[in-house]
Ligand binder design. Structure first.
Ligand code: ZN
Ligand code: MN
Length: 255
């Protein structure tokens, strides 16, 4: 039997056969968004999918088609949706897609579903999509759904090891050390370190302003510098992320 975990690469007959084992379905949620001059637009969709696939290998789970219609980039976490290269979908779109995925996987017979988010701004809209899907399913057999953002599983120990000069926070990690290191580890051909703009971390105000003031976003479009990124750091980060997510799924979904 195939070891392929991503159902977009499986045929329907194999998929239906695998469902009989009652696997967990992992739904990666990303975005198509600018990540500075050194990384491609697909970082969030690629990394959420990769993290989900690595988790799936450990627990015999399956991986869903990736949600690539991310919510609008916010200036204080993704540079802002005014930047050409970022695709910002309305909340209703993101909610509707997540709601449909939960409904469809429930119809396919899944009892345990987890969203693996890789785009900061998506989280509350995934939450709403799940909540509405479960409300739709009330009274019928209802799956359990876990929601998480993968960076939350990087341990404090790894953070202090990888950011000896102080951790800037996951919100300003956009296009910074974490995402760039993970990309160097898993998609090295898509990273151009010689193009990194080594600027100080963005100094953003404690409020949002609409329309945005574009001058608040660093010229790179990244909110912190990726200069210290490396594939080695990517390996350490992924190890922490994957084992943390596996533990969470085991503790909630597998007795
Ligand atoms: Zn990103
Ligand atoms: Mn993002």
């Amino acid at each position: 039997m195939s070891h392929e975990r991503n159902i977009t690469r499986l045929d329907a007959f194999t998929y239906r056969e695998l469902i009989k084992n009652d696997p967990i379905m992992l739904i990666p949620a990303g975005a198509v968004e600018q990540h500075g001059p050194h990384m491609p637009l697909g970082v969030d969709m690629m990394l959420s999918t990769k993290m989900a696939e690595l988790v799936a290998e450990n627990i015999d789970a399956l991986v869903s088609p990736t949600v690539t219609t991310g919510y609008k980039s916010q200036q204080r976490s993704g540079g802002g949706n005014h930047i050409v290269g970022s695709f910002g979908f309305d909340a209703a779109t993101v909610i509707g897609i997540c709601r449909t995925f939960v409904q469809e996987f429930a119809r396919h017979g899944f009892k345990r579903i987890a969203f693996v988010n890789g785009h900061y701004e998506n989280y509350q809209f995934i939450y709403e999509g799940v909540d509405l899907a479960l409300r739709d399913l009330a009274g019928r057999s209802m799956p359990q759904v876990m929601l998480l953002s993968y960076w939350d599983f990087v341990t404090e120990e790894v953070i202090s090891r990888l950011y000896p000069d102080g951790f800037p926070g996951w919100d300003v990690e956009h296009g910074g050390v974490m995402e760039t290191s993970l990309m160097l580890e898993y998609f090295p051909d898509l990273v151009r370190m010689e193009r990194v703009m080594d600027l100080p971390a963005a100094d953003l105000p404690l409020y949002d302003l609409l329309p945005v003031d574009p001058t608040l976003t660093p010229e790179s479009g990244c909110l912190s510098s990726a200069r210290e990124a490396s594939a080695e750091k990517g390996r350490i980060l992924a190890g922490s992320i994957v084992s943390g997510i596996v533990d969470a799924l085991r503790s909630r979904f597998m007795v």
